[in-house]
Ligand binder design. Structure first.
Ligand code: NDP
Ligand code: KPL
Length: 310
């Protein structure tokens, strides 16, 4: 399959390199020092599941340099989604399907509004990976899962082909016949994990073992669940309890990518996580005080934070 990966960071770099190692024709769209390093020595992925390096020719600077493509994987941070959607809509790539592995429930709405419903498959991923230095992506543990599914019946064949490509690349993958629900389920979990780990500035082990922050975690997810249901997504009655039980099984050191970004002073995806819950809740008339408070407390850091704390 001819695959373009937009954003060669933790997610795009990891999954793109695995697909390339399995023999797919993978081209990354990258920028800055990361692009320069890939062009010099290829993209190196360091992983407990085995390292992999792509060739220096595997990256280009612009979507316009891509040739005919079967599948575009979008793996930029959420604030770059609209720009990428606009560039994709004006590029001559043939008629590729587009799969976003980004977090949240806003990404596919943005992509579909620019590219049309037929072209956008549904998907979500579970991994912890980041750019350690230009040209190098580090995969933190053995988790590396993708769930993919069609939004429309007409996408079933392509969705199955994409699932097969991931499986053949030894990525842990599952097909889904209700991908919208899967994306919302991950959203609710991630809103809980990101809100609490970032607000407490500690991993899940600390959050879940303190009585007050444990309740906070549960209530943040409960609010997001109510927004999901009011948006037409049928989450089970026991969904929040199931997520709390799941959180109890996670390694104590596990944290969210937003907490990592906060600690590094990076820009945050907060407006699409707890901030996204607040925005979605308003027209639905749902009160989400826990998410609103977290969004307000973290607001000073949304654009990144290079200032000393005292
Ligand atoms: N990292 C993780 O473990 C996980 C992340 N996710 C989600 O996946 C998405 C991607 O996250 P992540 O991989 O961490 O992000 P990263 O910041 O690691 O990677 C994104 C890359 O895309 C680049 N980029 C952005 N716009 C362009 C452009 N126009 N042209 C070329 N390159 C571009 C960025 O460059 P620059 O740095 O210059 O902006 C960066 O190198 C997010 O929505 C995140 O929430 C989901 C699960 C886990
Ligand atoms: C929870 C996790 C690590 C799962 O992929 C994630 O998506 C994130 O922190 O952004």
């Amino acid at each position: 399959m001819r695959i373009a990966v937009i954003g060669a960071g933790g997610v795009g770099g990891y999954f793109g390199a695995r697909l390339a190692a399995a023999g797919h024709d993978v081209t990354f769209v990258a920028r800055g020092r990361h692009l320069e390093a890939i062009r010099r020595s290829g993209l190196l992925v360091r992983s407990p599941l085995g390292d992999v390096r792509t060739p220096p020719s595997s990256a280009v600077a612009d979507i316009g340099e891509l040739g005919p493509t079967d599948l575009v994987i979008v793996a930029v941070k959420l604030w770059d989604t609209e720009d990428i959607a606009l560039r994709l809509s004006s590029a001559d790539l043939g008629d590729p399907h587009v799969l976003s592995l980004q977090n949240g429930v806003h990404k596919d709405l943005i992509l579909r509004s620019h590219l049309g419903e037929e072209r956008v498959l549904g998907g979500t991923c579970f991994i912890s990976a980041f750019i350690e230095e230009p040209g190098v992506v580090v995969h933190n543990n053995t988790l590396q899962k993708i769930i993919v599914g069609p939004y429309l019946a007409t996408q079933a064949t392509m969705s199955e082909a994409v699932h097969t490509a991931f499986r053949d690349a030894e990525i842990d993958t599952e097909p889904s016949t209700d991908i919208e629900k899967v994306i919302w389920e991950k959203f609710v979990f991630l809103v809980g994990l990101s809100a609490t780990t970032a607000a407490v500035r500690r991993p899940i082990g600390v959050v879940r073992s303190n009585d007050r922050t444990r309740v906070l975690l549960s209530e943040v997810m409960q609010e997001a669940t109510e927004v999901a249901r009011a948006s037409g997504v049928k989450l089970d009655e026991t969904f929040v309890q199931t997520q709390m039980d799941f959180c109890d099984t996670l390694p104590a050191t596990m944290t969210s990518s937003m907490h990592n970004d906060l600690e590094k002073g990076n820009r945050l995806e907060l407006p699409w996580l707890s901030g996204g819950v607040v925005d979605l809740a308003e027209p639905l008339g749902i009160a989400v005080p826990r998410n609103r408070t977290v969004a307000d407390i973290l607001a000073p850091y949304i654009e990144g934070d290079s200032s000393p704390s005292m």
